[in-house]
Write a protein that binds this ligand. Structure first.
Ligand SMILES: [Mn+2]
Length: 240
């Protein structure tokens, strides 16, 4: 079973990860911040907790009995968390499930699952906004690389979405245009369904330039700093 967020672009075959998961493992990517809440186990009736790296819920591969156990518990326990108290709404200080189902996944992994059954992949292999140093190697099918040549499995646009809001163009938004408008794309849209800045042609390029100038070269970095400063520095901000 492979769960992929709708804000991810897969940039490399997931076959190696699927093979690891199919041997009865749970494969997930380390988050860009670490997080652990000792009350998780008791709050969700999961039992004693054991510290382990905090993973993103954006791309999770679940195989065998361990995978089924995680998915079943995840489905059940996420019904107990309160959206209104989460980071996405009121952001109650100290709420153990600030990041909702992502925290629930981590709660399950640090209580019910044998650590030998969990594979934590390094964060940069599911690269996050603002995709610093990531370049496009190929567009269809998409491939990307970090400066050292490492190719991530996916790009994760976890913050504001380029199809909903004016965000500075980046490797993700450029690939998105190709994926959604190319004649060879399996999920082709009519350009009129996309905001002008995500289309092809000179008018779209002008719109992107205007947006990029308006938001400034460090627009994304500034927004991320603002986002981090909204919440206590010690808990940091995760990328759900
Ligand atoms: Mn996401």
């Amino acid at each position: 079973m492979v769960l992929i967020d709708a804000d991810m672009i897969v940039t490399r075959p997931l076959t190696p990860l699927i093979e690891r998961a199919s041997g009865g493992r749970v494969v997930a990517f380390a988050n860009d911040i670490d997080r652990f809440v000792p009350q998780w186990g008791e709050a969700l009736d999961l039992g004693p907790v054991r510290r382990r790296p905090y993973v993103s819920s954006g791309l999770v591969l679940l195989g065998g009995p361990a995978g089924e156990e995680v998915l079943g518990l995840w489905d059940d326990r996420q019904r107990r968390v309160d959206y209104e108290r989460s980071w996405f709404a009121r952001d109650d200080p100290g709420y153990p499930f600030k990041y909702l189902e992502q925290d629930v996944l981590n709660a399950i992994l640090c209580t019910r699952i044998d650590p030998a059954r969990i594979v934590t992949v390094e964060n940069r292999l599911a690269a996050n906004l603002p995709f610093d140093g990531v370049r496009i190697v190929d567009e269809l099918p998409p491939r990307c690389a970090h400066a050292d040549g490492t190719e991530p499995y996916a790009l994760h646009h976890f913050d504001r979405k380029p199809w909903l809001e004016r965000v500075r163009s980046n490797v993700y938004s450029r690939l998105l245009t190709r994926l959604l408008l190319d004649p060879d794309s399996p999920l082709r849209l009519d350009p009129a369904e996309l905001p002008p800045r995500l289309r092809n042609g000179p008018a779209a390029a002008a719109e992107r330039l205007a947006t990029d100038l308006l938001l400034g070269p460090s627009g994304v970095a500034r927004r991320l700093r603002e986002r981090r400063s909204r919440i206590p520095a010690r808990s940091g901000s995760a990328s759900p």
